[in-house]
Design a protein around this ligand. Structure first.
Ligand code: 5RP
Length: 262
């Protein structure tokens, strides 16, 4: 692997633990002003020191993120659809030149295996990998987005393996029963999405189960920025992912912060 590719991956995965806490705030690219991200700058700025990387679109990056920030950028480069239409009908929405200009550490794109646009999104991934590899920029493939997706081990194994076979350097998917099977069948590291907002103790359990099951870490959004204490929550997630704390220990930390603030 070339130095540039290795360096960018190391920007996302701190070598001290070999795990990662990615903060996903790209939801607006098809959901519009998602709850908690109506004013991205206000929400994201206090979280930046606690995130190993930030996953977002170029519009929000340019308008809302201080370029002096040291956070690594995972740029969402697929889109072109909205929640009102067929989500899987995506295109590559950013040129490789713009990704380079933005000094990104990775580019992220969704694939929709089993959807009517499966072929198009897999071809998008292959094209993006070709461009990324040419310049040493890793591609993160996002699988299983959409409310009708099965999200069981059989389906997620299929998606993740295809993403890796097409050249993704990291795959983002969902946690499921039998997650070890998904990890075992995927030759590149996996990070998990948090999904819809759930109770904080349960979200910490999810992060714990994912890393215990072999995930590289989390690429979590709503369960952090929709928490009533987003900074406390990302710090608690870091304790689980990087410090091997139990969900109970991390939750006690989080509730302790609330108690101290009261
Ligand atoms: C959607 C995405 C989001 O970044 C992803 O869903 C992660 O956020 P959350 O933890 O809120 O599910 O990739 O395509």
């Amino acid at each position: 692997m070339d130095w540039g590719m290795q360096h960018r991956l190391a920007n996302i995965i701190p070598r001290e633990t070999g795990r990662t806490v990615m903060l996903a705030v790209d939801h607006g690219y098809f959901l519009g002003p998602t709850g908690g991200l109506e004013e991205p700058q206000k929400t994201v700025t206090p979280l930046l020191p606690h995130a190993d990387s930030l996953m977002l679109t170029r519009g929000v990056l340019r308008q809302c993120i201080d370029p002096r920030s040291r956070v690594s950028i995972v740029l969402r480069v697929s889109g072109g659809t909205s929640i009102l239409t067929e989500l899987s009908n995506e295109e590559i929405t950013v040129s490789i030149e713009d990704a380079i200009r933005l000094n990104v550490s990775a580019m992220a794109l969704s694939i929709f295996v089993g959807s009517e646009n499966e072929r198009r999104t897999l071809a998008n991934l292959a094209k993006l990998v070709d461009m990324g590899e040419q310049y040493g920029i890793p591609v993160l493939a996002v699988t299983a987005v959409g409310k009708d997706m099965q999200r069981d081990a059989r389906y997620l194994s299929l998606c993740c393996r295809i993403a890796a076979e097409l050249g993704a350097r990291i795959v983002k998917t969902y946690f499921c029963e039998g997650f070890e099977e998904v990890v075992g069948g995927c030759p590149v590291p996996i990070v998990i999405a948090g999904g819809k907002k759930i109770e904080e103790r349960a979200a910490l359990q999810l992060a714990h189960d994912a890393v215990s099951g072999g995930a590289l870490g989390v690429d979590m959004g709503r369960n952090i920025f929709q928490s009533d204490n987003p900074v406390g929550m990302i710090r608690a997630v870091r304790q689980v992912v990087h410090e091997h704390k139990t969900p109970d220990e991390a939750f006690r930390f989080l509730t302790g912060l609330r108690g101290a603030a009261a």
